[in-house]
Every structure is written in C-alpha cells, then in structure tokens.
Design a protein around this ligand. Structure first.
Ligand SMILES: Cc1ncc(C[n+]2csc(CCOP(=O)(O)OP(=O)(O)O)c2C)c(N)n1
Ligand SMILES: [Mg+2]
Length: 343
C-alpha cells in the first residue's frame, strides 16, 4: 500500500528553484513577511523589557520561530480561522492583530482585545483568531470542530491550527486528527517542532524524530519543512493550502525550528542548563530574519534602506503600543463578572 505521507526533503526540494520561486512570490509579499517577523521580534523585546521593569505578563518568547506562523498566516483571508497555541505572538501579528491591543490585553487592561480578561489567551473573534485554552493540546479538537463549520459553509474556508511538538504527544492530537482525516475537514495542522517541551529534549519524550509521520495514521498527507526558511515554507504551504481549500481534506505539516530563548518567563536556564550554548548558537545562525534579509539582498529584491525603514517603523510602533497599553485601566469588579454563562 502506498501511504499518503509525503516527505518534502525528497521530492520538492529537488524541484525547488529558489531564485525563480522567490521572484514569483515577489518583493512586496516577502517584505511584508519580513516586516511581520520584525514586528513580532520587537513585540517580544517590548514584553521582555516590561517584565524586567516588574510588569506581570505571561510570556512564551517567539524568537527564532517567527517564520512558520507568519508565512502560514499570510495565506489566510478574513474568512479563515486561526487556532493558535501558546508559543509566541507571530500568529497574531501574522493574522492582523494590533500589537497595542495585544499588549494592553497582556497587561490585563480594558483597552486590550478581550477587556483585559484573557491575558495571554487573547483572541479576536472579528479576525477569526480564536482564544486558546491553557491546557496543552486542548485547542486541537476545537480546531477540528471549526473544520466542520468550514466544511458546512462549503466555501474554500480553512482553519489553521498551530501546535508544539509536545502537543503532538497528547491524546487530543490523535483524536482530533483522526476525525479530521475521516471527515476530510479543511484544517491545516502545523507542528512547530522546536526540539523541546519546556526542559525535555524531544528524544526523551517522543519515539520518532519526524512528527509528520503521524499524518499516516490519520490518512492525511504529511510534510516536513525547514521552519526557518521563509521561501521554502512559502513554496510548500502554497500547495498545501490549495489542497486543503479544494476539499481534499486536512494536511499535517511539521516545521523544524528552534526557540532562541527559554520556554517562558521563569525559564532562566535556556543556556547551559538543559541545552548547551553551542546548540543554541548553531540555531541562531539559522535565524529566519537575517536569513530572509540575506536572500532578498542577494536576489536584488530589496535594499538596505528597505530593511532600515522596516526596523525603525517596528520600533516606533512598539513605543506607541507601550503608551497605549499603559494608559489603559484594569477592569472593575463588576466588569470582571460580566459575560458569564449565567448572563
Ligand atoms: C495539560 C497540561 N500539562 C502541562 C502544561 C504545561 N505546559 C505548558 S507548555 C508545555 C510544553 C509544550 O511543549 P511544546 O508543545 O513542544 O511547545 P513549545 O513550548 O516547545 O513551543 C507544557 C507541558 C499545560 N499547559 N497543560
Ligand atoms: Mg516544543
């Protein structure tokens, strides 16, 4: 029997002509992806500064993993859903959420996206960005449920569901993918395999190296892609979205990547504790932001001035975001009790 799993490294990379494909995507789109990666990086830096100043924010830094969620979100239209997980903020910025309202939400102010009541589980239902549950992998069956909605709507609407490699070990993952595979739901499941679950290296928690293999048991195609290479990601995801939007059913994409920082605010061991400085430094060399910049410069698709402008605008935006967020107020006791089921 021929299994439907597809290993990217074998076929696609042979056919892939980097320069030609980058030109096909075009400067405008690639610079817009670059801009969103830089905005995400500056958003993370802003949060880290506020944490140092004593503000209370739940933070899982994106640094190093900007490319996959931003490229994936760049294919979503207004009608498409996004079900995120806890890692970073790239998915939110990629789908069009505003850093100032995100920051206000993270600081629990009423001028945030969810009146300061969701914090790090923020969402924007107008943009079809769903708030994530705090329980690992609980979001995956929800994305599958959204897949039923999309299928019933019969348009080419899709749901993008982002996951960590750790979530792919949970029972929910298997159940949710099994149902999506059975009913051919238009859901794109992406696993950002950053090789760790908090302090645990993947080899201590998972018996396989390639999470994409788990697509086989759910009857859907699987892809393995370099999650730090914007142009390659675009190339693979372009076909994957076409497949899902055309009613063929779900796909599982595994993006190989790495987080530069610790797991969350309380992880001070990111260097020298559970992982070596050499390992982190090797991955910093594959940082998707300078990598895309190098590609665009080498292909004469952008100039240094374009990049300077993007970085400056991102910094200015974050200064405004801090001003906006800190000017917000906390919800009152009455406001905190609003919008419960009993209402
Ligand atoms: C049921 C449950 N158990 C444990 C946790 C604590 N927790 C938060 S993130 C995480 C690991 C996530 O690893 P992974 O899915 O690989 O994502 P990454 O943090 O590496 O991006 C755990 C165990 C939780 N949120 N829910
Ligand atoms: Mg992980």
């Amino acid at each position: 029997m021929e299994y439907p799993v597809k290993v990217t490294a074998a076929k696609e990379q042979l056919e892939f002509k980097r320069e030609e494909y980058a030109k096909k995507i075009g400067s405008e789109r690639l610079l817009s992806i670059y801009r969103n990666m830089v905005r995400t990086m500056e958003f993370d830096n802003t949060i880290e500064d506020l944490l140092l100043k004593g503000h209370d924010i739940v933070q899982h830094n994106t640094r190093g993993q900007e490319a996959t969620p931003i490229v994936a979100a760049s294919f979503l239209g207004e009608e498409d859903y996004l079900m995120p997980y806890h890692r970073g903020w790239a998915w939110a910025i990629g789908k069009g959420m505003e850093p100032k309202k995100m920051l206000a939400e993270l600081l629990n102010r009423t001028n945030g996206y969810n009146m300061g009541r969701a914090g790090a589980q923020l969402g924007d239902y107008d943009l079809k960005v769903m708030g994530r549950p705090g329980i690992q992998a609980a979001h995956i069956p929800i994305a599958t449920g959204i897949g039923f909605t999309c299928k019933l709507n019969k348009a080419s609407q899709v749901c993008l569901c982002l996951n960590g490699n750790g979530s792919s070990n949970a029972g929910n993952f298997y159940e949710a993918l099994n149902i999506a595979g059975t009913f051919k739901l238009p859901v794109l499941y992406i696993v950002e395999n950053n090789l760790y679950e908090i302090f645990e290296p993947i080899k201590d928690t998972t018996p396989i190296e390639d999470i994409a293999l788990r697509s086989i048991g759910s009857g859907m195609p699987g892809y393995i892609v370099d999650g730090n290479d914007v142009i390659m990601l675009y190339y693979i995801l372009n076909d994957v979205y076409d497949y899902v939007r055309s009613g063929n059913g779900p796909v599982l994409v595994e993006a190989k990547t790495y987080r530069h920082e610790g797991h969350g605010n309380s992880d001070t061991l990111s260097y020298g504790g559970y992982r070596s400085k050499e390992e982190v430094d090797e991955w910093i060399k594959k940082d998707p932001i300078p990598r895309l910049k190098k590609d665009l410069l080498e292909l004469n698709m952008a100039t240094e001035a374009d990049f300077e402008k993007i970085h400056k605008e991102a910094l200015d935006e974050m200064m405004e975001a801090i001003e906006y967020a800190l000017a917000g107020v906390y919800p009152t006791k009455e406001e905190l009790l609003m919008y419960n089921y009993v209402d």
